[in-house]
Design a protein around this ligand. Structure first.
Ligand code: AP5
Ligand code: MG
Length: 215
């Protein structure tokens, strides 16, 4: 199965994509994670991306396109969930072409809907492991007690002002993709509020339904 998980910053894309990986065997391809890794390793892509990410702006389309297409090719074009890609109409069009060329179309686009006030709360309480990038939430998914507390840090782009900018960029550049995928009959909207497990169950059941109706 080839999926996209879509939604505002902090909607839970990474959390749910990682559950889809362990439970449905789909490899999580997160352009945000790939970019953060490149920034940590100070590669040319990482150096180019840094200024954009730190301001909460999008990294140029041409840069992200290569990262995403290489990652999909590494998975033999199947059994993946794209987390954070595409994010602009240009990226969506490239992805459609890329999948068509390889005869491996996207099966569904999951859109997680979460109100802004919940997003702000989730991102202010999010913490990540400095080395592995594993994500936690201080209240809903706390880091295990045996991890050195010095390794539990905040993401640089989770400062309130940057979060506000990421939300504005999402509304302007990414939200219009809902229409793009709705018109292609791929959009499955899921309520992203409530417990992590409840959200997963909703996702799991819309995917089962989609598989049953397309069979
Ligand atoms: P990226 O890393 O993709 O950031 P984002 O889209 O802003 O999304 P987040 O990772 O912040 O949130 P999430 O939806 O994954 O939520 P999470 O599961 O962590 O991108 C970062 C940057 O990279 C971009 O700003 C851009 O610069 C660049 N970039 C990446 N892709 C790009 C592209 N395609 N084009 C151009 N630039 C690109 O959950 C959030 C928190 O809430 C966590 O603490 C989690 O534990 C908690 N949580 C999750 N679900 C629940 C729940 N149900 N209840 C309670 N808490 C929950
Ligand atoms: Mg994420």
């Amino acid at each position: 199965m080839r999926l996209i998980i879509f939604g505002p910053p902090g909607a839970g894309k990474g959390t749910q994509a990682s559950l889809l990986e362990t439970r449905r065997g789909l490899v999580q391809i997160s352009t945000g994670d790939i970019i953060r890794e490149a920034m940590k390793n100070e590669t040319p892509v990482g150096k180019e991306a840094k200024a954009y990410v730190e301001k909460g702006e999008l990294v140029p389309d041409t840069v992200v396109r290569k990262l995403a297409e290489n990652a999909i090719a590494d998975e033999d074009y199947d059994d993946y969930v794209l987390d954070g890609y595409p994010r602009t109409t240009q990226q969506a069009e490239w992805l459609t072409e890329f999948c068509e060329e390889n005869d491996t179309p996207i099966d569904a686009v999951l859109s997680l809907s979460v109100p802004d006030e919940v997003i702000v709360e989730r991102l202010s309480r999010r913490r990540v492991h400095a080395e592995t990038g594993e994500t936690y939430h201080l209240d809903h998914d706390p880091p295990p007690a045996d991890i050195d507390p010095d390794l539990i840090v905040q993401r640089d782009d989770d400062q309130p002002e940057t979060v506000r900018n990421r939300l504005a960029v999402y509304r302007d550049e990414t939200e219009p993709l809902e229409e793009y995928y709705e018109s292609r009959d791929l959009l499955l909207t899921v309520n992203g509020e409530g417990d992590i497990e409840d959200v997963y169950e909703r996702i799991d059941s819309v995917l089962d339904e989609r598989v049953a109706t397309r069979a």
